[in-house]
Design a protein around this ligand. Structure first.
Ligand code: MRU
Length: 349
């Protein structure tokens, strides 16, 4: 069983503190939405779908604490809760998608008495967590046929169980291929500066007994040039209407290298990561994170005092470099504008 990084138990949201992996497995308890917002900002939980699940549960905790005796007063307070959660991280659209869904759920049940409305919102958030894992399993089944037996698969960042409600997106495809009996070797980019590859992808694949080899980010081109990588599969934080993909910084570099070497470059993401309101990657907000993530590892300084630093946490891979976008509703392999629109509309039927 792959790990589930977010649980709701006995009225408390529990999250595996991903900042401490792989050396310590510590679960933190959150009893209010402010705590959940802080956990998202500080990367206790990270990865687009997991951020969405955490935000939904945070909104449910916030809703639980609202003092109101009618829907109008309740909705005004819920707006404030959602605004705090929405301000945590800018790039992963799943955060905003999840909060919109919670607010839509509240409006759809406006005729309920406030205590029942609170219970309904909590049920919705828990369903979103369970649904995310189900969708990842469907996504994995759709993507597995793209991975040949014996393939050496490069991944970047962590798009695994830890980044989702469970099972993972890019790693979900890998898990599904392994479950079909294929023998794979996963190459995990370490993913500077936050090291999601070395700390998280390596940890969760080893935990599940899936062969994984760690490389530094700057080694991918060498391995490709030696014929040691057969395909690339990554996750996504937001996919624009034209198929441009925002994902962890360094993804674009890997996509360019893959194209140069004629290696397929796949993106795996749930439909909730597709943002049809954004025409192309240029409109996707890119988070800039603290300089300290680059100048330090833990307490150890790695660069001179007062050095200027840029730390964009994501980049955009143009659709022309993407061989296929794998979702729970199918795989799109070209004409992304039409294909992604069709996938989104498929759910509305
Ligand atoms: O900064 P992070 O760790 O939240 O970034 C995560 C990624 O970029 C993942 O690849 C992406 O969210 C997909 S997770 C299924």
């Amino acid at each position: 069983m792959s790990i589930k990084p977010i649980l709701f138990e006995n009225g408390v949201v529990r999250m595996l503190d991903q900042r401490l992996l792989p050396t310590r497995e510590v679960w933190n308890d959150y009893r209010d939405f402010q705590g959940v917002a802080e956990a998202i900002t500080t990367m206790v939980v990270r990865g687009a779908p997991a951020i969405g699940v955490a935000a939904a549960l945070g909104a449910a905790l916030g809703a639980r604490d609202i003092q109101a005796d009618n829907f109008t007063a309740f909705a005004a307070e819920l707006d404030k809760v959602c605004a705090v959660l929405a301000a945590t991280r800018p790039t992963a659209v799943n955060l905003f998608w999840a909060l919109d869904r919670m607010q839509a759920c509240a409006r759809a049940h406006r005729d309920l008495a406030v205590p029942q409305l609170k219970a309904r919102l909590l049920a919705e958030a828990c369903e979103m967590a369970a649904e995310d894992e189900r969708l990842n399993r469907a996504l994995g089944a759709n993507g597995a046929p793209l991975i040949g037996d014996g393939a050496r698969v490069l991944t970047h960042c962590n798009a695994g169980a830890l980044a989702t409600g469970g099972y993972g997106t890019a790693l979900g495809v890998i898990r599904a291929a392994v479950a079909q009996g294929k023998t794979l070797m996963v190459y995990a980019d370490e993913t500077r500066p936050f090291l999601q590859g070395s700390r998280l992808t390596a940890w969760e694949l080893m935990r599940d007994g899936i062969p994984v080899t760690l490389i530094c980010d700057n080694m991918a081109g060498y391995l490709m040039s030696k014929g040691e990588i057969d395909c690339v599969i990554v996750g996504a934080d937001r996919i624009a209407a034209n198929g441009d993909v925002a994902n962890k910084i360094g993804t674009y570099t890997v996509a360019v290298l893959a194209r140069e070497h004629g290696i397929p470059f796949y993106v795996a993401a749930p439909v909730s990561t597709i943002d049809l309101r954004i025409a192309d990657g240029g409109g996707i907000p890119i988070e800039e994170r603290s300089a300290r993530e680059i100048t330090h590892v833990g307490e150890q300084r790695l660069a001179p005092e007062s050095i200027g630093v840029r730390n964009p946490a994501f980049d955009v891979t143009p659709a022309r470099l993407v061989s296929g976008i794998i979702t729970e509703r199918g795989v799109v392999t070209g004409n992304y504008l039409q294909g992604l629109k069709d996938l989104v509309e498929k759910g509305a039927e």
